[in-house]
Design a protein around this ligand. Structure first.
Ligand code: ADP
Ligand code: ADP
Length: 250
């Protein structure tokens, strides 16, 4: 049974005046531009999967990940997370779904510079607005910091860490609510090759431990860490199958 199911999802951006758009969209008489970022995408994701979404710039990868991450709503189509149709939830309900079920990792880490490693890891809990953190939450953030190899740097700030270390803080942060799914958008885009593969190995271990991982990347050797590769073009899925690593293992 799928953990996530999207059915005939479309996403259309309508923009007013402004720069952008001219290259991709069509300007009509109202001087607006319509971009069909997703043009009818249906995909199921199963528990424990490790999926890479690939495709050229502008093919709709980020739009897809934003929808999967409940950061945005589809223009039409359904999105089921478990049994729940989340495509029509309001903003508050979406943010609730986000914090309970989803963890995020970004290319630019998105850490808060003034916060320590532990405070950054605790951030999703702080957003939930229950004031003081429980001793259990404190303990859990320490465990996660240690798990990503930063057990001796609880009080460091992001600027005192390397890029790879910062991304490891972000990975720990993504896990604080024990989400079903981790969504990663070009998570290694700012890292050198060696560090990138270290980060991918860490994601691989999380997947071995049962986490469902969905990532966007345009790099083949990063995508090859996943078990399944979905290719997009012009807002459509054009290919969906096992990654070469899985085929080799057979
Ligand atoms: P990718 O991640 O594969 O580069 P995107 O999903 O970001 O692709 O973009 C798909 C298309 O939608 C592109 O034409 C892009 O310019 C457009 N687009 C993405 N986000 C927005 C937005 N917020 N407003 C308007 N157009 C957008
Ligand atoms: P990335 O692909 O690195 O995740 P973004 O998601 O910010 O970057 O944007 C992806 C694409 O969508 C870019 O090509 C960008 O030009 C386009 N895009 C994003 N937001 C807008 C917007 N508000 N208006 C027009 N295009 C946008």
């Amino acid at each position: 049974k799928p953990l996530v199911s999207i059915k005939d999802v479309r996403k259309t951006y309508v923009m007013g005046h402004g720069p952008g758009g001219g290259l991709f969209g069509r300007r009509n008489q109202n001087n607006t531009v319509t971009v069909h970022a997703l043009r009818g995408v249906s995909v199921d994701f199963y528990p424990g999967e490790y999926v890479a979404i690939m495709g050229a710039s502008g093919s709709g990868k980020s739009t897809m990940l934003n929808l999967l991450g409940c950061l945005d709503r589809p223009t039409s189509g359904q999105y089921y997370l478990g049994d729940r149709d989340v495509s029509r939830l309001d903003d508050d309900e979406l943010s609730e779904v986000r914090s309970r079920y989803l963890g995020f990792i970004f290319q630019s880490y998105n850490l808060i510079a003034q916060y320590t490693v532990l405070e950054n890891i605790q951030l999703p809990l702080t957003y939930q607005g229950n004031g003081e953190l429980t001793p259990e939450a404190q303990e859990r953030s320490r465990e996660l910091a240690a798990m990503v190899g930063l057990g001796d740097r609880y009080d460091h700030r992001p600027t005192q860490l390397s890029g790879g270390q910062q991304q490891r803080v972000a990975i720990a942060r993504s896990l604080i609510n024990d989400p079903y799914i981790i969504l990663a958008d070009e998570a290694t885009g700012n890292l050198d090759t060696k560090t990138s593969h270290e980060i991918m190995e860490m994601l691989g271990r999380l997947n071995d431990a049962g986490k469902t991982i969905i990532m966007v990347t345009h790099e083949d050797d990063i995508a090859h860490h996943a078990k399944r590769i979905i290719r997009m073009r012009d807002g459509l899925v054009i290919e969906d199958g096992p990654s070469p690593r899985m085929l080799e293992a057979q």
